[in-house]
Design a protein around this ligand. Structure first.
Ligand code: IPE
Ligand code: IPE
Ligand code: MG
Length: 240
């Protein structure tokens, strides 16, 4: 085990492969999304068990609006229904929910549910579950740039070094991910956390999201601890 990988504070996941999971079974794509919700539940429990304080899941990208309208509608419906169903249990487990992305541009009922569950679970102290919804990394950076432009030269006071830019992102108070997981055997970032992933360790397990479970996560954590994060330095420097 390498001493340089450090404690895992934040795991971020691009949950991919729901559609393929369903198609392989001759089911409609939305059946895969429903099964994907079960995998989220398992993963939240595993994260709590492994003592990971932040878990971020990519639920819907700004590009996902281009999918067939029935699928978009089914996804939004599933989201609102899941929030409703899971709220009490999540609160009981000490899970605090946070949403990142362009929430105000969602259908009004979805946006209201999102704000409601953030308030309802705000006391949760075991795990912060960050849901990226109507999210895109470029949108977040663009949104930050617009806020800075609105402040004019006052913003310069807040931007003493490059890291200060993060104060303007929707992830301002969330530590950058230590681990990024993308399931389904695709090797892309798909516009996720572009700023925040600068020094994240990347993992691409060969499972579809509905098949993701505690064992897959445990293997990734083990592999993470075997890696050496050098942050631009040399291995010798880290060990001296
Ligand atoms: C990920 O699964 C879920 C969302 C994007 C909401 P997909 O729906 O992208 O599944 P594939 O990639 O088509 O298999
Ligand atoms: C990324 O998956 C977005 C989410 C998981 C919400 P996609 O399936 O939409 O990504 P691409 O289009 O294959 O890159
Ligand atoms: Mg996909």
């Amino acid at each position: 085990m390498s001493e340089t990988s450090g404690k895992v504070v934040h795991v971020a996941i691009i949950m991919d492969g729901n559609g393929r999971w369903a198609r392989r079974r001759g089911l409609p794509r939305v059946a895969g999304h429903r099964e994907g919700v079960k995998a989220i539940r398992r993963t939240v429990e595993a994260a709590v068990e492994f003592g990971i304080p932040y878990l971020t899941i990519y639920a819907f990208s700004t590009e996902n609006w281009m999918r067939p309208p029935e699928e978009v509608q089914a996804l939004m419906h599933l989201l609102v229904a899941t929030i409703q169903e899971q709220a009490e249990e999540l609160k009981k487990q000490g899970v605090r929910l946070r949403f990142i992305g362009h929430i105000d541009a969602l259908p009004a009922d979805a946006a209201e549910k999102v704000r409601w569950i953030e308030r309802y679970t705000q006391g949760g102290e075991r795990l912060t579950l960050v849901v990226a919804l109507n999210y895109s990394g470029r949108w977040d950076i663009y949104n930050a740039a617009r806020q800075i432009a609105r402040k004019g030269t006052d913003a310069l006071e807040m931007l003493k070094n490059p890291d200060d830019f993060k104060h303007f992102l929707t992830t301002a108070d969330i530590p950058d991910p230590d681990i990024l997981i993308r399931t389904s055997g695709e090797y892309r970032i798909s516009n996720f956390l572009l700023w925040e992933l600068a020094y994240t360790e990347l993992f691409f397990p060969d499972v579809l999201w509905p098949d993701f479970n505690k064992e897959v996560l445990a293997d990734i954590l083990q592999e993470f601890h075997r890696r050496e994060r050098r942050f631009g330095m040399t291995s010798e420097q880290l060990h001296s």
